[in-house]
Structures are given as structure tokens and as C-alpha cells.
Design a protein around this ligand. Structure first.
Ligand SMILES: [Fe+2]
Ligand SMILES: [Fe+2]
Length: 175
């Protein structure tokens, strides 16, 4: 059972494993997006990005940066190792989403620091806030996927809708 190299067709990150993972360990995209590295195609250069898609991607970038900053703070504030780890995993996923959007927008990746004002001290309250944030993201990404006229933008917004839907289930289990 040797290691094989896979790449995520959504975030592009490489993964070594004997099998493709059930979800991308970086952006959280489901397994069907994990392809043998030799089959990976970089589709992040979208010619003639429409005004609507550009606006939606800019709004999505802002949302992902804010959510990542919130989760990093929630992780730092969490009193127990389990909540710390959960918020850290979510923060990394959202930061990966931000960097993916930057690749399509061709803008530099912003530095993401924990937002001390965004999160609360109590993990339960933070999960409630997370739940609200993820629900907003799912509604917006679903709309943005419909509005996108470019295949790649549609694909990315659809995948993000799916990932954030899984995040809702995670936070719901902890409310
Ligand atoms: Fe990924
Ligand atoms: Fe996200």
C-alpha cells in the first residue's frame, strides 16, 4: 500500500495518501474533487470574469476572512482542547477558502489574524455564532453559484456551499 499524490480540484492543494481522503483536508471539498495529481487542471484563471461574479467573489473573500478571523479567536479563547481543535480546523478551512478566492480574483492573499472582538469566551456561544455565520454563507454561496455564468466560478461556489453546509451540521451538534 504505497503513497499516491492527489490534488484537490477546488483548492489545488496536494495530498499524499494510499486513497483519496473523504474530504479535502485543506478546503473540505468532498472526495469527488480529489483527483490523481497528474489529472489536476488549474482552472483558476477565468477569462472575462463578469461584474456580478467579481462582486460575489469579493464579498465571499470578505466573508471568509472574517469567518477565519472569528474561528482563530474562538480557538484561542476555548477553555477545552476539543473546542480549541474544532475551531482551529474550521479557521484553517475558511482561510483556505479565502486563498482560493484570491487565486481566482488574482489578488494577494490577506493576512488573517484572530479577531479578538468577533468571538465570545464561551465555546457554546461561539458555536451558536458560527452556526449563524455558516447559514449566511450557505445562502449567499447558493445564490452566487446560480448567478455565475463562468463554469469555474459556479463550481467553486457550489463546492463552498457544500462545505459550509457540513459546517452547519458540526456546529448544530454542539449547540
Ligand atoms: Fe481542497
Ligand atoms: Fe468557507
Amino acid at each position: 500500500m504505497g503513497l499516491k499524490l492527489y490534488r484537490c480540484q477546488i483548492c489545488g492543494d496536494p495530498y499524499l495518501g494510499s486513497e483519496p481522503p473523504s474530504f479535502c483536508p485543506f478546503c473540505g471539498a468532498p472526495q469527488r474533487y480529489m483527483v490523481p495529481a497528474e489529472n489536476y487542471v488549474d482552472r483558476n484563471t477565468v477569462p472575462n470574469l463578469s461584474k456580478q461574479s467579481r462582486e460575489n467573489l469579493e464579498k465571499a473573500l470578505d466573508l471568509e476572512v472574517k469567518n477565519a478571523a472569528f474561528y482563530f479567536c474562538a480557538s484561542n479563547c476555548a477553555p477545552d482542547p476539543l473546542s480549541q481543535a474544532m475551531f482551529k480546523a474550521l479557521a484553517r478551512t475558511e482561510a483556505e477558502h479565502a486563498s482560493l478566492i484570491c487565486k481566482i480574483l488574482k489578488v494577494p492573499k490577506p493576512e488573517i489574524k484572530p479577531d479578538e472582538k468577533a468571538c465570545l469566551k464561551d465555546p457554546k456561544a461561539n458555536f451558536a455564532k458560527a452556526h449563524e455565520k455558516e447559514q449566511k454563507a450557505v445562502i449567499f454561496y447558493g445564490q452566487a453559484a446560480k448567478e455565475a455564468t463562468e463554469d469555474r466560478v459556479k463550481e467553486v461556489f457550489s463546492a463552498l456551499t457544500e462545505v459550509e453546509t457540513y459546517h452547519i451540521a458540526l456546529s448544530e451538534a454542539r449547540l
